[in-house]
Design a binder for this molecule. Structure first.
Ligand SMILES: [Zn+2]
Length: 222
């Protein structure tokens, strides 16, 4: 159980560099955090925004897409994220944890560089659950936030490249008419203005989601 982070987290060297999916550039600005943290990755280093390889998936369909149409827990949605990234980019990273926290409404989630836990804003999830008009729309929201942080964790550190690759992966996996694609290509806070008014906090409360990322961990943790 990690200690609750102060928010915005203060970078202290590479391991505390934080990337966040955020609707307000003045609250969290990942590039300025990266530039500020000594020892963190810098633009031009191999860890910042590698160019995505050509999509290797060919004509076969992405079979996990229908999962977002049914009631699904975080682990199930995350399996879709991992599957989509693997399907499109041929890459994966096992063993990430998920926690929920009372973050400010302008922050969707964050992930600490070199850490292994994605911390998601519980207040935004609650607001989206109340406002979403379909299961697909709600699950797509969770998918996009998790995909953004997951792609950070596999090496797309800078914010612009992670947004681009999240959009590319999502469009290739789900097609252009899917709400996940619209959310990945747009801005969540512009698409859903109610998110800005969701109840939030300072990140002082944090709880780990149990049994998360089972699909990747169960193969080597016995
Ligand atoms: Zn981000």
């Amino acid at each position: 159980m990690p200690r609750p982070p102060r928010f915005p987290p203060t970078p202290r060297g590479g391991s505390a560099v934080t990337t966040a999916i955020s609707g307000a550039r003045d609250v969290v600005h990942p590039m300025s955090i990266l530039a500020w943290a000594s020892g963190g990755p810098t633009a031009g280093s191999p860890r910042v925004g590698p160019e995505p390889p050509p999509f290797p998936h060919g004509p076969r369909p992405f079979t996990l897409a229908p999962t977002l149409d049914r009631t699904a827990d975080y682990d199930a949605v995350f399996r879709v994220v991992r599957g989509a990234v693997h399907y499109v980019l041929g890459r994966e990273r096992p063993g990430l944890g998920l926690a929920l926290s009372n973050l400010p409404p302008a922050v969707g989630a964050y992930w600490q560089v070199a850490g292994n836990v994605i911390v998601m804003n519980e207040g935004l999830v609650r607001a989206m659950r109340e406002h979403a008009t379909s299961t697909r729309e709600f699950n797509s929201f969770v998918y996009v936030i998790l995909a953004h942080e997951y792609l950070h964790s596999i090496g797309y550190i800078d914010e612009r490249s992670v947004r681009q690759v999240t959009a590319q992966v999502t469009r290739a996996a789900f097609g252009e008419d899917h709400p996940a694609t619209r959310m990945a290509e747009g801005d969540l806070w512009q698409l859903y203005p109610f998110l800005s008014y969701a109840s939030g906090g300072d990140g002082s409360r944090i709880r780990i989601v149990p049994r998360f990322d089972l699909a990747s961990t169960q193969t080597y943790i016995r």
